[in-house]
Design a protein around this ligand. Sequence first.
Ligand code: ATP
Ligand code: MG
Length: 287
Amino acid sequence: MVKPAIEIKDVSFSYSDFSTRQALDQVKLTIKAGSYVGIVGHTGSGKSTLVSLIDGLIRPTKGTIRVGSVVVGASSSAQELSRLRRHVGYVFQFPEQQLFAENVETDIAFGPTNLGWSAAKVKQAVHDALDLVGLPQTLKSRSPFSLSGGQMRRVAIAGVLAMRPAILILDEPTAGLDAMATHQLMTNIAHLHAQGTTILLITHQMDQVAQYADQVVVMNHGHLVKAAPPQVIFADPNFLVANHLNMPAAVQINHQLGRAGVTLPPTMSMTALADQLVTRLRGRQIE
Ligand SMILES: Nc1ncnc2c1ncn2[C@@H]1O[C@H](COP(=O)(O)OP(=O)(O)OP(=O)(O)O)[C@@H](O)[C@H]1O
Ligand SMILES: [Mg+2]
């Protein structure tokens, strides 16, 4: 099957007919299948609204959204909107709040069962989804409410992955997780991407964007102000300040070193920056 791309054409959206404020204003964006897209911007800039449109949870006030061969616009029916969801899995913020079943297996099986899959196919999907999020199969019989915060988050994500979406949207998936759980989850997401899943990651963590994304979408007051690779986005400090974005740690330290007279090649990776610094210091010792 051809992997679905996403095309957003001149999309505007307003939460109320009476509001003059557009939550999204004339947004244009194309996302190639297999991309890893970081969606960033200050609070209220329109990130969640944008992905809710891609998942067909709301319909655009103007413009069209295409996911694969499905196109929706202002006059699309609820049924047409729901066809977008065939390709898209949306992990909401704090998804563990939506866990409900008496055991992990039933919770993860909920989505695939609703798709009308056979019992054997659902069982396999639950098994695979647990593997994908790095949880042991032995957790199946446990109550989701007896697990740690990081495990609960991963069970909730497994419930979305079990439906095998080609496009996975994650809204702040590591918010509230500790460093270890964050690392595990980001590594799992990178594996899914390596296997061909298109990833749309909403995050306030610029280090995650620098490390994983191949494209960054910057939102500001309902406008899409720039879509470009992270190297381009993070190379312009004035642009970052204007859009209320932090620098990734490696970029920030590199700037500080530059101001102190130590000029190193630009990098977004702490490991690469440390290596460059070690090489420079060794060179000085030899001089
Ligand atoms: N259900 C809603 N009803 C009315 N207005 C809303 C609703 N949801 C969001 N908005 C408004 O739409 C605009 C965009 O909000 P959105 O939630 O898309 O921003 P966001 O970038 O996801 O913010 P955050 O980083 O805080 O999650 C904001 O002005 C917000 O107040
Ligand atoms: Mg949001």
